[in-house]
Structure formats: C-alpha cells, structure tokens
Design a protein around this ligand. Structure first.
Ligand SMILES: [Zn+2]
Length: 564
C-alpha cells in the first residue's frame, strides 16, 4: 500500500518524453513508481483528464528576505513552483556585520525595488556569516524548497567595508583572498552558487551603481578559484554584455570549473545583442563548458496603476500633492474632480520621468482580464489614442481609473522590441537556455512575473494566437528537469521512481494566470503586486500536499537545499 496514488492522469514527466496515461505512486517523500498499475494507495487522487507534472523549479528569485518572514513564498507557490533559488544578481543579506544591514537594505531596495521599510521590519538580521544565515533559513517554516546563493555585492561590502560599495574601488590581494575564503565557506555550507551584477540598470537606493558592476579580472578570478576549491556552486551573472564581457565571464567559469548561468534578454536599444551573447554561449558549450542563458517566457513588463510604485503621473506635482492620501481617497478625488484629471493630463512636468513615459507609451497596453502578454502593437495605448484622436495621457489616466481604480497598464520594456513574442520563441527553443527571469520576491510593486511558469504552459502550449505554439512536454521539461540539473539538483524535476515527490496535478484546460493586483500584506504594511493562478488542483512538496484548488493547505513541507 502506497502513501499516495495519483491515478490515471496524463503524465508529462519532465524529461520531454511524450505524455502518457499512468499512475504516480508516492511513498513518504519520494516517488515510488510511475506505471500503468501501481497498486492501491492510502490516499488516492483521481487524475483522469488532469495533467501530472513535476513541481516547477524557479532558479531566478529574490526571496532572500521574504523567506525569513513568509512561509508561503508567494507568488511562486501559487504557480506550481516547489523549488525557488534566491540570492541572484549579486544582492542579498549575508554575510553582514552588526550595524551594516542598512547598506544591504539600501542595495536591495535600489536594485530589486523591495521597500527599505519592509526589509527593515521583516528581516531579523540575526546572523553574521553566510552559514549562520543558512541556519536561519533552515529553521524558518516554508511551503516549498529554497536554495540560497552568495551575492558578490554583499561579500564585497563585508570584506572591504564602505570602499566595497564603490564599484570603482578595487580590492587588495588580501581582500580578494578573504572574499574567496568566505565564499568557499558558504559553498561548503551548502550555498548553491555565487552571483554577481554587471549591469548599469542596478543601482542602490542612494544612487550609486551596484558594488560588483566593474569588478576586474583579478577579483573575479580570485572568487572563481574559491569555487574551484569548494567544487560546487553555479556562477550567476546579470550583465549588460558590452564588448569583451563574455570572455571575462568565460575565463571565470574556466578557472572555477563550475557552471555559468547568464541572463539573456532583448533590450530595445540593442535588440540583437542577445544573439551575440547566445553565439558566445554556444561556442563555450562547444568547448566543453557548462554555460546557459536564463530566459523569460513573456515581455518583462512594468506595471502601472494608481497604486503601483510608479505610473505615468507619479512625478506630477498634482499627483505628489496627494501622496498623504490613502489609495481609496486618491481614487475618489480622481473620480470626482475633472479639473484634477485635466491638470494631470495637460500640465505635465518637463522632467526625465515624463520624457521616459512619453517614449514608453507606444509599447504600453491596457492590462485587463483578457491581457495575454502578446498584444498587437496596433492595440498599444499610443496607437489607440491616435485612432481615437485623443491624448495618450488622457487614455492612460482613464485606463488606471477604470475598474474602481484598479485598472493597470503594462509597459513591455524588454523582450518585446518587435511587438511579438517570436524573439522569446527563439530563446525558448534554444537548447542552451533555461527558464529564469521571473524575479519572484523582487520589484514588488513595479514588475510581477513570478507567475511565469503558469503562463509558460498556458500560453505557449495552448493559447498562443500570434505565432506557433510549443509542445507541452518540451515546456514542462524546460521548467523542471532542465532548471534542476542546471543547479545541481538531480533529485527533482522528473517524475520517476526514486525522485523527490514534488508533483503538480493540473486542470490544464482551466490553467491560467489572473490579472495582477496590488495587495498590502508585506511587513510594515508594505504593498506589492501579486498574480494568482487557476488550475492547480494539487501541488505536492516531498509527498505533502502544499496547495489544493489554488489555495495553500497550511502544510509547510519545504526544506533548505544544500549543495553537495
Ligand atoms: Zn535578479
């Protein structure tokens, strides 16, 4: 008698193999069998007509702080995700000296848009070393498995002090050696990787660039040598990829003899640059290196509404004059005062934000309940304004006031230069890519892409209208086995005997993401955008049901992962 039998479901097992109708038997925390008849279970789930997949693995999140206060790790856990990895992009919270937390908060607030007040209240900072942080994570209750990585910017600040916050300052030989020792210590304690940021998009809240931005080769190679000594961990990099950049990263991966994972996305001012990077990834793989590109499955979208961090009017004096009001009071005034609306639309400030929005509106869409993340450019808010002969600003304001002030706009700022997701299709089908731009836990009130695993399956296998779809088996593999293997987690991501019983039972016909919404559930009353899903009948983590009919069961079977 098995503990659990999921009977007669359509099994898409994470290997890419064709779907088949089979039973999945679970004993304790492991899959016992996937077969046509596995015998009886103490609990049986009739999965006839339902999709059965491995739990999803999200390698690119920023739950470094949230993991210490929120056992449910939403939004990810609403989307069939059973493993999250954080500490990405060179930012995080360990190691940290007593009294140094404010700088790390300032860095996380600036780079990942998590409000400082939320972090100051939510994160206890009861640790100093990375292994101590791991202990705090291990003892925190959690619904899904979590893995931590060592952030470069944080390591730099710990060893170099205030100088470390200045990306132009180089560490001494001793400091490089010290950073290496600490990195090795963290990896030996089970950290899954070392992460760094080399993008000018990342600035601390105080306006300074991220500390690791221009770290030179001696520093990178010193850290790579530490990874080589530890013999574990992935190198994750968020870079702008200027000339010569890939060679620098490749050299680090060679010295470390460890996998390299770089973010791969399309930017509007150099829409083909990602293809050059991809070619370099392919060349490195051909030479025997373990390198991949982390890609998304939809445009990276800034979300604008009356309650989000920014919107087209957020620097307007008439808007900032209302900053003391609650969201409801602001909405009431906007609804009742035509003069206020006219002022916002017609007397715009001549500032940088307004100029940015002006150029953004042709790539901005109304995000209603039917928004499918692949809108036709002829439906952009700017295109509609032109057709209707109206001010695009008036249209933007009207869209945000709609739905009782809950209306949202989506500005497709990356991965959508040509106005279609063909570029994403090209990224997805590339065997050198893994899924990884969801950014769960970050950009809490500007971007909300942690629901990408749900969208990946629903849009790309079923709903896509403006181009070809992709096989479900391929997409599931992409979000499960491929991500797990890329981070050295061969115990999950596949439905087969002996693997961890992380399992989704999905009503695929109903599977979809809901419209994002702003909720006020962070520490210190902080707000964030969340996106819920429909279609997850059951999600199991290590054989325990964590989600049922899209709601948490209250069970907290998650564990801290330690690299081996
Ligand atoms: Zn990131």
């Amino acid at each position: 008698m098995h503990d659990l039998v999921i009977r007669g479901g359509t099994v898409v097992d994470g290997t890419g193999a064709p779907r088949r109708v089979a039973d999945v038997a679970v004993d304790a925390d492991k899959i016992a069998a996937v077969d046509s008849d596995v015998g009886r279970g103490r609990r049986e789930i009739d999965a006839k007509g339902l999709l059965v997949t491995p739990g999803f693995v999200d390698v690119h999140t920023h739950y470094d702080g949230q993991a210490t206060w929120d056992p449910y790790l939403t939004p990810s856990s609403w989307h069939g995700v059973t493993t999250v990895i954080f500490g990405n992009c060179g930012v995080g919270f360990a190691p940290v000296r007593r009294g140094a937390a404010p700088y790390l908060i300032n860095l996380m607030e600036g780079v990942e848009d998590i409000p400082g007040s939320v972090l100051a209240e939510g994160v206890s900072f009861e640790w100093e070393s990375f292994p101590e942080y791991m202990e705090a994570l291990a003892s925190a209750p959690k619904a899904v498995d979590i893995g931590a990585q060592v952030p470069h910017g944080v390591l730099r600040f710990y060893v170099m002090g205030e100088r470390g916050a200045d990306h132009a300052a180089s560490p001494t030989e001793d400091e490089i050696a010290r950073m290496g020792e600490l990195l090795e210590q963290a990896l030996n304690a089970g950290a899954l990787g070392f992460t760094t940021s080399r993008t000018i998009k990342h600035k601390a809240k105080d306006g300074r660039f991220t500390p690791s931005l221009s770290a030179h080769q001696p520093e990178l190679l010193g850290l790579a040598a530490a990874m080589k000594r530890a013999g574990r961990g992935v190198i994750e990099v968020n870079s702008d990829f200027g000339p010569g950049e890939f060679e620098v990263l490749r050299a680090a991966a060679e010295v470390a003899s460890r996998p390299l994972s770089v973010l791969l996305l399309q930017v509007n001012n150099a829409p083909d640059l990602w293809r050059e990077t991809r070619a370099e990834i392919h060349a490195a793989r051909k030479a025997g290196l373990d390198v991949n590109g982390q890609v998304g499955c939809r445009p990276i979208g800034l979300i604008w509404g009356l309650e989000t961090s920014t919107n087209p009017f957020s620097t307007h004096p008439a808007w900032t004059a209302m900053s003391h009001l609650s969201a409801a009071q602001r909405f009431e005034r906007l609804k009742r005062e035509p003069e206020l609306r006219r002022t916002l639309v017609e007397q715009r400030p001549a500032d940088q934000q307004t100029r940015m929005i002006e150029t953004a509106l042709p790539r901005t869409y109304v995000m209603d309940g039917s928004y499918d993340y692949e809108p036709d450019p002829s439906n952009s808010i700017a295109a509609r304004a032109q057709i209707e002969g109206r001010s695009v600003w008036a249209l933007a304001l009207q869209a945000m006031i709609a739905e009782e002030g809950k209306g949202l706009l989506s500005h497709t700022f990356e991965n959508y230069t040509e106005g279609s997701l063909e570029v994403i299709r090209e990224m997805l089908v590339d065997e050198a890519t893994i899924m990884g731009l969801g950014d769960g836990g970050a950009h809490v009130c500007t971007v909300c892409d942690a629901g990408s695993p749900t969208f990946l399956l629903a849009h790309w296998a079923r709903d896509r209208k403006r181009g070809t779809r992709l096989p479900l088996e391929f997409l599931v593999r992409k979000q499960t086995r491929d991500c797990a293997l890329a981070y050295g987690l061969p115990d999950r991501g596949v439905l087969a005997a002996g693997h961890k019983a992380d399992i989704n039972v999905i009503d695929f016909e109903r599977l979809r993401v809901l419209k994002p919404e702003v909720v006020y559930d962070l520490p210190a009353g902080g707000k964030r955008l969340v996106q819920r899903a429909r279609g997850y009948r059951h999600t199991f983590v290590a054989g325990t049901e964590m989600l049922r009919d899209d709601e948490h069961t209250g069970e907290l079977p998650g564990r801290l992962l330690r690299a081996r």
